[in-house]
Design a protein around this ligand. Sequence first.
Ligand code: COA
Length: 176
Amino acid sequence: MQIRVATKEDVDAIRSVHISAFSEAESALIAKLAVELLSEETNPPVLSLVAETDGEVVGHVALSPVMLDGTETCIGQILAPLAVAPNHQGCGIGTRLIKSGIEQVSKFGGEVLLVYGDPEYYGRFGFRVETATDYLPPYPLQYPFGWQGIDFRQGEQDRQTVRIACVASLSLPVLW
Ligand SMILES: CC(C)(COP(=O)(O)OP(=O)(O)OC[C@H]1O[C@@H](n2cnc3c(N)ncnc32)[C@H](O)[C@@H]1OP(=O)(O)O)[C@@H](O)C(=O)NCCC(=O)NCCS
């Protein structure tokens, strides 16, 4: 299995991974998000990674920039969405995708990597609810306990609470 940067050629495979991994209630919305993120033009760019086994795309994650609300100042990234095809789950592919994503965005120089998901899963990778409380999400959260972050600043002074803005395809209340 290899992790590589996704290209526009991967659109159909990425869509399929999300459609198969998420429940029927949310899969179309998440697959649309995953595909739209591939063509968002942002600075810094969106990072989309795929996991490939025997030439088949079996997992995908996207990491996109977050800005201080009302400005173009990028302060970090958000990891979303993430999915592994059901017949390939439980083999460490999600772990590899997340770890690669963390490693790559930590080089961008941002202060935080945010995620909105299950703390039982993301906690394994160093995401903490306490870190994310300083970063108010762009919309009210349906599951506030799922808002987590990794602080890349390594013990620098406390940050004042700020509101963040996301890229266009994540700026939809229904996703939050
Ligand atoms: C979550 C997901 C990406 C994990 O991918 P994966 O390749 O199966 O993950 P890994 O093999 O690296 O890790 C599997 C471990 O994570 C655990 N795990 C998976 N989903 C979990 C969850 N929601 N909460 C807690 N633990 C979870 C598994 O029980 C397993 O535990 P173990 O290592 O103790 O056996 C995959 O299950 C998936 O695509 N789920 C549907 C889509 C989804 O929920 N995406 C995340 C949305 S925020």
